[in-house]
Design a protein around this ligand. Structure first.
Ligand SMILES: Nc1ncnc2c1ncn2[C@@H]1O[C@H](COP(=O)(O)OP(=O)(O)OP(=O)(O)O)[C@@H](O)[C@H]1O
Ligand SMILES: [Mg+2]
Length: 235
């Protein structure tokens, strides 16, 4: 469903990605792990059109989307939830959800998707009129994911959904990522520092280091790999 081939990206004179290739099959969960500055967020940004790709290409759903404008990529059903959960702080939970559906006109579909969002994240329903900026970090992450779902994506890219969130909420968010994948058939590309947790819900994984793919394998094999265990899974 999503395939990137020899992607190269630079910030000014600094090369961030040195020819990364990866594949995300339809309806799978694929995770990118790697240390700080490895290029995980840059990979997601270049797929979603937020930064310009110097070389290589991105194919989505059989079409070349390399360097297409970000809004066009969202409209094709590829949605990116960036690091740091950018919700609209001065809008309510409900208003944020409607913002996620701004490209849609099917009112009945929007209403039923809001209901679905409240089914997976009941905390949001309890806080429907609360300003997003006053939600806890974990609740803001739930809202960011729920808002992304409102664009009716077929592929969702999540950047560090566990960052700075209480462990109990992290578990529940990850359970819901699995539910979205199973119930809605969404393809998911996940970036996570919490490699153990990410691999536990993923089918396949890539380990990035300084802008290159170091190792790739099934999530199960990566969890057993001594090198991966020592460097990323705490031994
Ligand atoms: N806006 C920017 N301007 C210049 N360099 C950048 C910029 N964003 C990222 N970089 C550099 O690109 C490299 C890859 O960064 P990236 O944010 O993709 O890493 P990451 O794997 O997501 O790391 P982290 O786990 O810390 O989020 C790093 O060396 C970083 O310093
Ligand atoms: Mg990052």
């Amino acid at each position: 469903m999503l395939e990137i081939d020899h992607l190269e990206v630079s910030y000014g004179s600094i090369r961030a990605l040195h020819g990364i290739s990866l594949k995300v099959p339809e309806k799978s969960i694929v995770t990118l792990i790697g240390g700080n500055g490895a290029g995980k967020s840059t990979t997601l940004r270049s797929i979603s059109g937020l930064i310009k790709v110097r070389a290589g290409n991105v194919r989505y759903d059989g079409q070349d989307i390399t360097n297409k404008p970000a809004h066009e990529i969202v409209a094709r059903g590829l949605c990116h939830v960036p690091e740091g959960r950018m919700v609209f702080a001065n809008l309510t939970v409900m208003e944020n959800l409607h913002m996620g559906a701004y490209l849609r006109k099917d009112r009945a579909g929007i209403a039923s998707d809001i209901e679905y969002a409240f089914t997976i994240f009941p905390r949001l329903k309890e806080r429907i009129s609360q300003l997003a900026g006053t939600l806890s970090g974990g609740e803001q992450q739930m809202l960011a994911i729920a808002r992304a779902l409102m664009s009716k994506p077929r592929c969702l890219m999540l950047d560090e959904p566990s960052l700075g969130i209480a462990p109990i909420l992290v578990r529940s968010i990850f359970d819901q990522i699995v539910a979205i994948n199973k119930e809605r058939g969404l393809t998911i590309l996940l970036v996570e520092q919490n490699a153990n947790l990410a691999l536990s819900i993923s089918h396949y994984g890539y380990v990035l280091e300084t802008g290159s793919v170091l190792i790739e394998d099934t999530a199960e094999a990566l969890r057993k790999d001594p090198q991966v265990r020592a460097a990323y899974l705490g031994g």
